[in-house]
Ligand binder design. Sequence first.
Ligand SMILES: Nc1nc2c(c(=O)[nH]1)N[C@H]1C(S)=C(S)[C@@H](COP(=O)(O)OP(=O)(O)OC[C@H]3O[C@@H](n4cnc5c(N)ncnc54)[C@H](O)[C@@H]3O)O[C@H]1N2
Ligand code: MOO
Length: 462
Amino acid sequence: MDPHALDQPSKAPRVVDRWGAAGGSARTGSPAPAGITVDEYRDHVLALVAPLAAEPVTLDELATAAPARRVLAEDVRSLLDVPRFDASAMDGYALRGTYLAAATPDSPVTLRVVGDIAAAPSTAPAAGRGASGATGATGEAVRIMTGAPVPDGCDVVVPVERTSTRRFVPGAPLDERIEVYEPSRPNIRHRAEDVAVGDLVAAAGAPTTPRLVSAAASAGHATLPVHRVPRVAVLSTGSELVPVGTAPGPGQIPDSNSLLLAACVRDAGGVPVRVGAVPDTAEALRAVLDDVAPHVDLIVTSGGVSAGAFDVVKEVLTGPEDAVPTTTRGRSDVLLVAVGMQPGKPQAAARWRGTPLLGVPGNPVSAYVSFRAFVRPAVRRLAGHPEPVEPLVERVATEGWRSPAGRQQFLPVRFVGADGVAPVGPGAHHVSALTRADAIAVVPPEVEAVGPGEVVRVMVIA
Ligand SMILES: Nc1nc2c(c(=O)[nH]1)N[C@H]1C(S)=C(S)[C@@H](COP(=O)(O)OP(=O)(O)OC[C@H]3O[C@@H](n4cnc5c(N)ncnc54)[C@H](O)[C@@H]3O)O[C@H]1N2
Ligand code: MOO
């Protein structure tokens, strides 16, 4: 979708079959009651950002440092065979299996123990031979530990408990002879049976899960090419805000949103740069934006986007042309819009000196819902996720509730039983509701009531 298409009111509403349904028209300038749909606005937001460049990062850092998951920028192929050699799957004796064809408990086969191979041989055995040089010559066996290379000529490892030795005692001398009472399964992990040199370990776009980091190490890699981690500046606007830890005076409140949004950025796989609260003056906000824009990949502001006399984000973004220092397409990059959703209606998207900027409403529940609906997908796209919008899951409403006509509802719900959800209770618009919620129900704009037993789609946040 052309991001600038939203600058003009569209004649025919586009039907988007994802989180919602048909929408109205976009407005540039003041938020208007009839807005664009959640899906349309998110398309606009996603068009402002692109996956960040790739960089090599050590597996150690991927395993130990934040963020927990990054995104592979290229396909990764194995540099090694896994297993690297035919390896024993048991502690026992390696030998040629055909000797055991006639073995029975009454007539065991006796073998001479001619060598001893530890799991980590001090010198690498040539071509998988035991340190003794033993092969599978008639009547010979080699003691072998799990993971050790199986000597050439041997095709079976008999577990120690199925031999006359019964168990290995640390420090005890090697048995010179052993008896085996029955034929044995091979108990050998063959070279490259898991992964061969050149096999695909993981495709571009895969998250660097603990399993992937480990598989890359087994495949001989020391680093992986991953997308750079998005740096996201988070700031709150409002002259009523005081930093957390400062006692609020009359009319003042603690700035909780910059903490909320910073933690959400980290959760989404970004590095938050928490600027804190900025007073409601255009000069102060412009100065902070000028300061952070060159150092981050995205700016998120809270508050100041509705119809108030001091809505400073709106003021700064809709100021005279030369007051919006965008390096790209001037004012056409600014979208102040009423999105057909509740909560979270007033939203702002722009560029500040080329850096994408998303403005979410100041009400903390609105800010959280807006983050999940728009900012998180943007952070995930910057981080390289091929599917930045996470799918909703279906649950059954165990109680009914009402939903506003024409607006997509985002309602905090708790899990009930295996597949049910219920509203968290009165005050869904209060921040305390969020702390009790396991998920946010996402109800399409055309639905005005959800009945008990109906299927609803939810965004899991637990
Ligand atoms: N005349 C109209 N008024 C409002 C409209 C409208 O369409 N016409 N929309 C309402 C809606 S919906 C929302 S949402 C809010 C959005 O307002 P702002 O984004 O401009 O946010 P503020 O006015 O700055 O604050 C709203 C609310 O949130 C509290 N807040 C703000 N920042 C923080 C913070 N960092 N930490 C904690 N709490 C914060 C603030 O105290 C206010 O109570 O506008 C409606 N008005
Ligand atoms: O859209 Mo506002 O976010 O309802 O509270």
